[in-house]
Ligand binder design. Sequence first.
Ligand code: S3P
Length: 445
Amino acid sequence: MTDQDRSIDFLVRPGGALHGRFRVPGDKSISHRAVMLGALADGTTEVSGFLEGDDALATLAAIRQLGVTVEGPRHGRLRIEGVGLHGLQPADGPLDLGNSGTSMRLLAGLLAAQPFDSILTGDASLRRRPMRRVTEPLAQMGARIETGPEGTAPLHIRGGQALQGIRYTMPVASAQVKSALLLAGLYAEGETWVQEPAPTRDHTERMLEGFGYPVERTGNWCGVGGDGSLQGGEIDVPADISSAAFFIVGASIATGSDVVLEHVGINPTRTGVIDILGHMGADIEIRNRREVGGEPVGDVRVQARPLHGLTIPERLVPLGIDEFPALFVAAACAHGTTLLRGAAELRVKESDRIAVMAEGLQAVGIHAEPRDDGILIRGGRIRGGAVDSHGDHRIAMAFAMAGLCSGAEITVRDCRNVDTSFPGFVDLAREAGLDLSVLAAGESR
Ligand code: S3P
């Protein structure tokens, strides 16, 4: 049986509105980091709210293969017996990271600094994604990593290299690159400093500090020294704003909707989606703001309101980088034109999100013009039809929400990977009011 045979499609019937109070699953970025840093800490780390999605589970499986004992997950709880910075053991074979770019790039940094060799691989999508953005600066630190000729996985990491700290200016704003270098920097001689061209998510820096590891931040630079240690503790993973985004968009576009999303991570390096929708006229209120384990959290209330198109400010792009598939659906339902530029990174995500979203929007009757580094979308009437998510979880969920504003059924093909980031999406979306069915691939053809 091929992957395609095992695949599923979504069938969304038009109309409806979203209602209720929900907590979406745990933050993917924070879940990856909790497992990695918990493993490197001295002592035990207890995690709650861990995302039991395939991507974070791939990191967990890799960490276990590296000799770390972890109990769970059970209802989002993990107990990690930290082995200390120098306690990882060689894996018994390649580490298969599935669809997860974050696992591969962060582990590349961590494993480049170990005394043993490692091999990192993944699914067909991950094996197409650019890895030189981490292997090149790591090589400047003294790491030895072989990639395929196109700079792609599998990565063969030669251990036993003495790493030196560097000062590195990232050509693209990438939290994954920054985090890979900081993780390698924990083992390097001297200090490792990374400069970002625009602010990116800072969960690694916050969590290192939470584990008692000093991180210096000045302007757009952050740096770590080698030779420290991490102390295990407790981590409460907030709900993932990137998963909440589908409900935030859905409730904004479906007349009569009113939802509250509880305990959402609202770290300012992640809230671009709320800011962009706010500029489009959305009615979004953050209540009960609090801080949990070094990360800001709040309850997000969204009520439907007519949206208008806009030119998206480029500075917001890295702050909402994963939410553009959902935002493009909002733009399709808005009055007027939305223009996005400065977002070429979207072309190297789990799919080429500019091409795949443009193709999908056109298939349901929306005028969408892809650009090298963005897209132009003219708001209009979604008329239903069939779209292909190309195995991209966020594109599948974005088009599921498009059903709320559609004049006819939408079939979304190849939706299995929704489980990489949002296990339980279908049940939660139905409970909220979306008329969504799951079909074995091909059943609807
Ligand atoms: C992530 C960073 C982002 C994001 C990805 C998760 C992270 O990638 O798109 O889903 O956890 O660090 P880039 O930093 O490469 O933009």
